[in-house]
Each structure stands twice: as C-alpha cells, then as structure tokens.
Design a protein around this ligand. Structure first.
Ligand SMILES: Nc1ncnc2c1ncn2[C@@H]1O[C@H](COP(=O)(O)OP(=O)(O)OP(=O)(O)O)[C@@H](O)[C@H]1O
Ligand SMILES: [Mg+2]
Length: 246
C-alpha cells in the first residue's frame, strides 16, 4: 500500500458513478448505472456482447459524455470532463484496440505516456514496467506496429501504468490471445492489483476474473443487474447461465 494512504483514502471510493445515463444518438445505452470502486480494489464488469461494457468504460473515461448522472474520482466531480482531463486526474484506459502508437518504438510509447500521479507520485518508471513485462524490455527498440497482439496489450498496459494512475479500466485485455500469453497478462494484472492500483476489468473468462477480482458487476442492456462478491455470483447459477452464457 502507498505510504501516503490514510484511513480516509480506504473508506471512500476511488471511482464512483451515480445514476449515469448515456446515449449513442437516440439509443439509450447506459441506464441509471451506479458503481463504486474502492481504492486498491479490482472489480470485474461482465456481460454478453453489446450489453454496454465498453460504453460504460468510455463514459467513465470521459470519451462519451453522460446525459445525466455524475462521475466522481476521489470525490471530485469529473462529470462531462474531457478524456485528457480525466486521464490527468488519474484514470487510465486500456481500450480493446490497444491504443498503441505504431510509429513510435516500445520505449517511446512508454516514455511518451509517463506522468506523475496524484501527490506527484512516480511509482511506475520505465524500469519497473520492464520488470513487469520483460518481453517489452527485449522489444524496447521495436516499432509499435512490429509487435504481436499480446505484446501490444502488454505495451498498452505498460503505457497505462506510466501515468501512475489511481485506477485502470481494462477492456478485454486478453481477447484473441494465445493461452500462454493470456496467462501472462492475468498474472500481471494480479501483480498490478497487489501493487495497490484499483481496476475495472472487462473480460469473458469467468474463472480468471474470479481469481483476480473479489467483486463483480454484471451488465444487461445497459443496467447493472448484479454487483456482489465472488461467492454470491458463483452461487447464482441461473444468473450466470442467463446473462454470462456459461
Ligand atoms: N459508436 C456507437 N454508435 C452507436 N451505437 C453504438 C456505438 N458503440 C456501441 N454501440 C451500441 O451500444 C450498445 C453497447 O455496446 P458496447 O460496445 O458498450 O457493448 P459491449 O458490452 O462492450 O459488447 P462486446 O462484448 O461485444 O464488446 C450496443 O447495442 C452497440 O451496438
Ligand atoms: Mg466491448
């Protein structure tokens, strides 16, 4: 845990959404979504295709402006702020399409993203990211577009860490990767959680989510229909079958 953390830090949510409604044009996508993520907590966000997972992450990140409701980061109102301001405030987003710069090297991608976090915290350095992803250290001089899909995901996560964020939003971090590479990414996500960074993790693999996160949210047609601990979700076989398709 960060030495600067206080009792107050751990009692209040790091990220909070209250009754958020968001639209794409006329389509009402997010319906009264309220969520809380506590400091150091990894929470999963699950749901079938098209239910609104990416839309929720984009809305939290300031890439889609909610029509109503509020978003707060450590109590500060972020509603309607641009993504650049949200990023500066401490939310990092790893999008499904990775968001790596193809014409920069691995090292340039990382240093370009570097920024101190809250209270000038600079826990995450190039060396620490390379320590977490030795593969990136080996590829440090390669261009972004010369990387495998798994390496691009690693680089996108590395870039997020270089911003010294309070919380990371991960959209399908293991989608389309070979099993061995997936395992590497999950192991890294566990290390990031142990390092005290909160996260919302979207993925389709329940077992890995159960291992990483202690709390889970299930979204159906833009509504959060479940928010609870692993044991409660595991026990609800009907919900798992109906809304998670397993
Ligand atoms: N840019 C867009 N413009 C209009 N509608 C969109 C847009 N992006 C997504 N949608 C619609 O919003 C709804 C939610 O989509 P979203 O991408 O958030 O789902 P998801 O849960 O992330 O799905 P997946 O598991 O396939 O990634 C879907 O009905 C989708 O068709
Ligand atoms: Mg999605």
């Amino acid at each position: 845990m960060n030495a600067a953390a206080t009792a107050e830090d751990t009692a209040a949510p790091v990220l909070q959404a209250d009754a958020v409604n968001a639209y794409y044009g006329q389509s009402h996508i997010l319906r009264n979504v309220s969520i809380r993520v506590m400091p150091h907590e990894a929470v999963s966000l699950m749901g079938r295709n098209g239910m609104g997972k990416t839309t929720l992450l984009r809305t939290l990140m300031g890439l889609l402006r909610p029509r109503s409701g509020a978003i707060r980061l450590r109590g500060a109102d972020m509603t309607g702020e641009r993504a650049s301001a949200v990023a500066r405030a401490g939310i990092a987003f790893v999008p499904e399409d990775r968001g790596v710069f193809p014409n920069l090297t691995v090292e340039e991608n990382l240093t370009f993203a570097a920024r101190p976090g809250r209270d000038a915290r600079a826990d995450w350095t190039l060396e620490r990211v390379y320590g977490l992803f030795p593969r990136l250290a080996e590829r440090r001089s390669n261009w972004g577009n010369q990387l495998s899909g798994g390496e691009q995901k690693m680089l996108a996560i590395g870039r997020a860490l270089m911003t010294n964020p309070e919380i990371i939003l991960l959209d399908e971090a293991t989608e389309g990767l070979a099993p061995k590479v997936r395992d590497e990414i999950w192991a890294t996500l566990r290390l990031i959680t142990e390092a005290g960074i909160a996260s919302i993790v979207v993925d389709k693999n329940l077992d890995d989510l159960f291992e990483l996160a202690h709390r889970h949210m299930v979204i159906v047609k833009g509504e959060i229909v479940f928010d609870g601990p692993t044991a409660a979700l595991r026990a609800d076989e009907a919900l798992i079958h109906r809304h998670l398709g397993v």
